[in-house]
Design a protein around this ligand. Structure first.
Ligand code: TXA
Ligand code: MG
Length: 352
């Protein structure tokens, strides 16, 4: 299959690409498109064959449900059976934006989308291209991240091409995704709101709006045998580059020393080492024989969020043998960063 890439610099000027994409979606074809979080691999959420194609193209396990994307709050009612008050408050405050809500599913939503669950995950993306595409398609769009299953999510159209070239007909290139990590997944179907996957809408922001809530234990811990997972996606290896990742955590004053000691061992045995550092620590590595990649500023974790996945892919391009990553504080966007980093590292963490 030939994959066409259409660049969208100006929605109005380039609207014919949106029209083409909308037509594809209505015909049951897949379209990769930018959102404010990461690129999505979209299909008509109400078309079972198109949904199956998403799972096939990504190599995604069938028991990992998809997020349904809508363009207006008015489209929510027919997809769910109930919208609790806390959900309404969050919608008023954070939609459009990187917040996915898990709600009781209506019979309109195919079981293939929700992997047989009684709930459905729904979000309203704020990216103008995503918004225009959903409008133009005239249907809700189911879209996982547009990477091959297990790889870091794509934040550039180039990343989508790396993974899915030849497997899908169309990629809309809307430049770089601003948030850089996938949306927050919040289960509001039960008595108490639970963060299943942290993201750009932070725990602190959600608490400010609805007060008491919970963070699922799996957000920062590996799944335990026998766990009944609320977020099926959490049990798979995720976001992983080719090279093994090791995280160094602890007091920030000690982290660079530990990172340098560890990397020295590896470089002495002839290995190519990449260090994921921060603006605050980068100077510590100046004289070392290392590839130093700067994630962003600790003081502004959203800068780290927006670079992390692209840097993990860069490590693959540079064919490094091992990646040593500095941990960041688990507050605000830091919770989402550590959630992704821990999975990329298969929970290998050492203490500085
Ligand atoms: O930012 C995002 O959310 C991106 C863009 C494209 O919108 N999409 C995305 O989709 O990250 P995906 O498929 O890569 O991740 C969906 C996550 C998975 O962890 C999945 O298990 C969870 O959402 N999920 C979906 N439906 C669910 C449900 N009914 N209950 C619990 N978790 C659900
Ligand atoms: Mg994904």
């Amino acid at each position: 299959m030939k994959t066409i890439v259409r660049q969208i610099e100006d929605i109005e000027k380039d609207y014919n690409a949106i029209e083409l994409a909308g037509e594809h979606i209505r015909q049951g074809k897949l379209v990769a498109f930018p959102t404010e979080t990461v690129y999505g691999l979209g299909a008509n959420a109400l078309d079972v064959d198109a949904i199956r194609e998403i799972f096939r193209v990504k190599g995604r396990p069938m028991d990992n449900p998809l997020i349904v994307h809508i363009a207006s709050v008015a489209d929510l009612g027919k997809l769910v059976t109930n919208i609790p008050d806390i959900a309404r408050k969050l919608i008023d405050r954070y939609w459009k934006g990187p917040l996915t809500l898990v709600l009781p599913r209506s019979s309109l939503v195919p079981r293939e989308v929700t992997a047989g669950l009684d709930t459905v995950a729904i979000r309203m993306p704020s990216h103008p291209v995503a918004h225009a595409l959903i409008r133009e398609s005239g249907v809700p769009i189911a879209a996982p991240s547009a990477n091959s299953s297990g790889r870091p999510s794509p934040t550039l159209a180039r990343h989508v091409k790396e993974d899915l070239q030849g497997k899908i007909p169309l990629i809309l290139d809307g430049g770089e995704c601003s948030v850089g990590l996938e949306s927050t997944v919040l289960d509001v179907s039960g008595d108490r709101a639970v963060i299943l996957r942290p993201g750009g809408i932070t725990k602190e922001m959600i608490e400010e709006t609805i007060g008491d809530m919970e963070v699922d234990a799996r957000v920062l811990n590996p799944p335990q045998a026998g766990d009944k997972l609320r977020a099926p996606g959490m049990k798979y290896t995720h976001y992983a580059p080719e090279a093994p990742v090791i995280i160094v955590e602890g007091n920030i004053a000690n982290i660079p020393t530990k990172v340098k000691a560890m990397s020295k061992q590896h470089t002495l045995s002839g290995k190519k080492v990449a260090v994921l550092a921060t603006e605050e620590t980068k100077d510590e590595y100046i004289d070392e024989d290392l590839i130093v990649l700067i994630m962003g500023r600790r003081k502004c974790p959203s800068t780290i969020a927006s670079n992390l996945f692209a840097l993990l892919r860069q490590c693959d391009e540079e064919e490094v043998d091992i990646i040593i990553a500095e941990a960041v504080e688990e507050s605000h966007e830091g919770l989402a960063i550590m959630n992704r980093m821990l999975r990329a590292a298969a929970f290998r963490v050492v203490d500085a």
